[in-house]
Write a protein that binds this ligand. Structure first.
Ligand code: G3P
Ligand code: CA
Length: 369
């Protein structure tokens, strides 16, 4: 799916990037003139500051400048889409402390991984709504734990309603970037995600080519399926290792590494508009976590008429390349501005960030504001 979605400026930018594609990516010039169009995606909201995938997290992301908020989507037993990073919810809710749900604890295989815990597809929405969100990584984000027990698990519709309210209040359109999680798994158990995503975007007047909406997936078949009913842009997510789960299940030998080769990118451009690679796909690191030579993936993607929005920039040393860490303390913040700049210098079009306020400031500094 190649849509006429690039602005004249972006088209010119893609041409420039195409022209330098034969150079090492590290030699590609920075494009401060284009930096204004680098979009900041509040990853799971502003998850560096609030328990992820809560209305409070999305609200803070928008208020601190994010261009988009990002709900990951899984279904309840009664087929309602809710915002969680995974269907096993013991790490992000207080379900394990709820005696009334003790007997729901079970073991399942999801995308080849055996998991024991509590799963959204075993709870009705009414039951899920009695739970409260908790911080996923309390050791790294201890301050966020003061919010434990305060916020519900939101439905996709509640996130869309918040988006609409904030857009009015802030006087700028807040974009939304839903991600379909484990689409093959949910289709197999009779709770496919895609009809709910299409219905919700239709119902909210957001299934339009110019809507500030992108729909993401790590899998391929469901993006191809969504390319029919959806007019909005689609994002092929690219892990730093492995292969799309639907490829694995179908015996397709292609890996994510194959998909970011020029031929693979051309194939992606037949059904998607954007790639969302792990930052390491653009800026690889060695075994010690030190940056090595940048790849040519950004230039190659632009040459295939795809924009590039890598995930995920986080301020804590634990998540930064060694070059930008401030100390051995995993929870302390490193030079996240420098990491943003290193990515911007590769010519990316947007970035997923747990601390979207920092991404916005880094973007604005890069743009010379
Ligand atoms: O959707 C971009 C990024 O969020 C993908 O990784 O695991 O955080 O959903 P994940
Ligand atoms: Ca995501």
């Amino acid at each position: 799916m190649i849509r006429a979605r690039l602005t004249a400026l972006a088209v010119a930018g893609a041409a420039v990037l195409g022209a330098v594609a034969q150079l090492p990516a590290s030699a590609a010039p920075a494009h401060p003139a284009e930096a204004d169009r680098i979009e900041v995606f509040g990853h799971r909201g502003a998850s560096g500051y609030r328990p992820e995938h809560t209305l409070a997290s999305y609200d803070l992301a928008a208020r601190t400048g994010a261009d988009y908020i990002e709900p990951d989507l899984v279904p309840t037993k009664d087929g309602v889409l809710v915002a969680r990073h995974e269907n096993e919810i013991s790490g992000t809710t207080d379900v394990a402390q709820r005696p009334e749900f003790a007997d729901r604890r079970t073991t399942k295989v999801v995308d080849g991984a055996e998991l024991t815990g509590w799963f959204t597809e075993d709870f009705t929405l009414a039951e899920l709504k009695t739970l409260r969100a908790i911080e996923r990584i309390p050791d790294l984000r201890p301050n966020n734990t003061i919010y434990n027990g305060r916020f519900e698990v939101p439905t996709f519709q509640e996130v869309l309603d918040l988006r609409a309210r904030l857009s009015k209040e802030l006087g700028r359109e807040i974009g939304i970037a839903p991600e379909t999680k484990h689409p093959s798994y949910f289709a197999r158990i009779g709770l496919p995600l895609e009809p709910g995503v299409v219905e919700a975007l239709d119902r909210n007047g957001l299934n339009q080519e110019k809507a500030k909406v992108v729909v993401q997936s790590f899998e391929v078949a469901n993006l191809k399926q969504l390319n029919g009913p959806l007019k909005v842009r689609l994002v092929q997510l690219i892990s730093n290792s492995g292969a799309p789960q639907d490829f694995v299940e179908a015996g397709d030998p292609r890996t994510y590494a194959d998909m970011v080769k020029p031929e693979g990118l051309k194939e992606i451009a037949t059904y998607a508009d954007v790639i969302g690679p792990d930052t390491k796909v653009i800026l690889p690191v060695d075994e010690q976590g030190n940056l090595t030579e940048p790849t040519t993936v950004v230039a190659d993607a632009h040459a295939a008429d795809l924009t590039v929005v890598p995930y995920t920039v986080r301020a804590e040393n634990n998540f930064l390349p060694a070059d930008f860490r401030s100390s051995e303390d995993k929870a302390a913040w490193g030079d996240v501005f420098a990491f943003h700049r290193a990515l911007f210098e590769q010519g990316i079009d947007g970035v997923f960030a747990d601390h979207p306020d920092i991404a916005v400031q880094a973007r604005d500094e890069f743009a010379g504001r």
